[in-house]
Design a protein. Structure first.
Length: 337
């Protein structure tokens, strides 16, 4: 049984902790928080041992009557792997702590790709993380693009990827984020960071990305154009994508016309927190014009990296190959809506 610690129990960390607990070969030995907020209280309610990430704030947990199991150093010491789900930039600072205890660590996509051994996507480069000490699970958008690119490269070859990312202004709980009533190029210069980030998974891929931010919180939306090295029929491409376990090709008869209905659908089928771990591709948008493929996909920024973190745990511990790990993760979470 793999013993997993989660440092940072916020938007990503709490989802990863639940996903790890659901795995037949893993257990959560504890989670760490910097402050005694509602998430810290919920961690204790769920039976996760709670560790303080900052020693000077231990008294705050006592005052809030939230029981601690110890300090984050103790959590790291007893973990086979630590999933660092702290805010961007903090993970790299924490890397010295993980190295001190010789504990492999996984970081999230907001961290720099420069200090880790490899960036990770389960569908695309699972084996690159085998036995690594520091692995970065790429961001939600990069995860979504990598899942789409991998089968297209394998089946048809790719000459060029062009993607416009329409990005939510913030997660639902990020009340300080914007824009509020605006649509902004983000960034106004090209490319956005997403293309270079995809190149950490596919170094030789020719990809250009543009980004926009809009006043929404539900999901990201991608307008994708891929120039293939052959000219398959759109129906054949659609069938290929439907065969991928982490791509949800939305049937036309579902009458799902946007992110709002997608989220409602996820809630109706019983997904925890309304999470959508899969890319959501509108089936009728899959179009071929010569060798150019066009489609729209939506990415749930709060959850699509969760199964990737689970698979990365198995990769760094050499406890399963890619196919076995993805199968286990998918079965445990109930992937495939």
């Amino acid at each position: 049984m793999l013993r997993v610690g989660v440092n940072g129990y916020g938007t990503i960390g709490k989802r990863v902790a639940d996903a790890v607990r659901a795995q037949p070969d893993m257990e959560v030995v504890g989670v760490a928080k910097t402050r005694p907020n509602f998430e810290a209280e919920q961690a204790v309610e769920k039976g996760f041992p709670l560790y303080a990430a900052i020693e000077d704030r231990v008294e705050q947990f006592d005052e809030a009557d939230i029981e601690l199991a110890g300090m984050v150093e103790e959590l790291v010491a007893q973990s086979d792997v630590v999933v660092d789900a702290c805010p961007s930039g903090i993970g790299e600072q924490n890397s010295e702590l993980y190295a001190e205890y010789d504990t492999p660590a996984l970081y999230q996509g907001g961290e720099s790709a420069d200090f880790v051994d490899t960036s990770f996507n389960a569908r695309s480069n699972f084996s690159d993380a085998n036995g690594a000490d520091h692995v970065r699970v790429v961001s939600c958008n990069t995860t979504g693009l990598s899942r789409l690119v991998a089968p297209l490269r394998e089946e048809y070859g790719i000459e060029k990827v062009r993607t416009t990312l329409v990005r939510r202004g913030g997660d639902p709980a990020q009340t300080g984020r914007g824009p509020i009533n605006d649509i902004t190029p983000n960034p106004v210069t090209l490319p956005s960071h997403h293309g270079p980030d995809v190149n950490t998974i596919f170094p030789d891929l020719d990809i250009d990305t543009l980004g926009l931010k809009v006043p929404a919180t539900l999901m990201h939306m991608h307008s994708v154009n891929v120039t293939l090295e052959s000219e398959p029929d759109a129906d054949v491409v659609r069938d290929l994508l439907e065969g991928e376990s982490r791509l949800f090709v939305i049937p036309e008869h579902f009458d799902i016309d946007g992110a709002g209905k997608l989220k409602e659908y996820a809630q109706d089928v019983g997904r925890p927190r309304g999470d959508i771990w899969e890319n959501c591709i509108w089936g009728e948008s899959v179009t071929m014009e010569g060798d150019d493929l066009y489609l729209f996909q939506a990415i749930h920024q709060e959850s699509d990296v969760v199964p990737e973190n689970v698979d990365a745990i198995r990769a760094v511990t050499n406890s399963a190959d890619a196919d076995e790990s993805v199968r286990k993760t998918n079965e445990a979470l109930g992937m495939g809506i």
